[in-house]
Design a protein around this ligand. Structure first.
Ligand SMILES: [Fe+2]
Length: 234
């Protein structure tokens, strides 16, 4: 047990925190009206749970969490894609993906990407976390944008945890041993229903356990850049 509790200071009253660079995580909002699509989502996830069991598929989900990410890889295995298709093709999410493209265009400029590059949805999936379930540590390889939209985020159903991307530099700072013992290189980002998190795929993350009595649902998408070599179109 720790004997050092990192006491809060009055620092924020004394000075203003500054960062010369844009954030690497953005939060937006979109009204998914989840109750209108809950039955469809449950059917989709119940079906993938059967496939996961039959084919012994692994994913970062723990203690009852189910991910439809396996349908994104149906071409590599001996099962068919779902009759509903991948979530980014669902008419119920059309407006959301249009909005997401618009937001990603603006973030592209901030991050020094060319906003005119085509941003292609490379993978899309839905996760459900029943009470007690959680997503383990992972990143989204090769994704220009990783996105997570909270279709339903009940109170106390666990927050999004980010691993400090500057962790390696903390090893060269006069960091108290309890920084490591208490795993302070993990920090929560509070999220609510209809929140969307947008971050680069290299950001390592996981979730807290769902401590509520209800399911937590998210819609996730990976986005990759597509550039043309045809100069006449640039
Ligand atoms: Fe993720």
């Amino acid at each position: 047990m720790s004997d050092f509790n990192f006491p809060k200071s009055d620092l924020e009253m004394l000075c203003e925190p500054l960062d010369a660079f844009p954030p690497y995580i953005y939060k937006a909002k979109f009204d998914f009206k989840f109750e209108n699509i809950r039955d469809k989502v449950d059917t989709f996830l119940n079906d993938v749970a059967i496939i996961k069991e039959e084919h012994g598929l692994g994913d970062p989900e723990n203690d009852g969490g189910i991910s439809s990410v396996h349908y994104a890889h149906a071409d590599k295995y001996e099962y068919e894609n779902h009759r509903f298709g991948l979530p980014y093709t669902w008419p119920e999410f059309k407006e959301y993906y249009n909005f997401l493209q618009y937001v990603m265009g603006s973030i592209s400029s901030e991050w020094g990407y060319d906003p005119n590059w085509q941003r292609q949805i490379e993978e899309s999936w839905i996760n459900v976390h029943p009470p007690g379930a959680w997503t383990g540590e992972h990143h989204h390889q090769n994704a220009m944008f990783a996105t997570t939209a909270y279709l339903s985020k009940p109170k106390n159903s666990g927050e999004f945890l980010v691993r400090n991307p500057l962790e390696i530099y903390k090893k060269g700072e006069p960091t108290h041993p309890d920084y490591w013992n208490m795993q302070r290189y993990w920090a929560p980002i509070d999220v609510d229903t209809n929140d969307i998190l947008i971050f680069p795929g290299w950001v390592t993350h996981k979730t807290q356990k769902n401590h509520s009595e209800e399911n937590r649902y998210i819609l996730s998408s990976n986005v990759i850049p597509m550039r043309t070599i045809d100069k006449s179109s640039q």
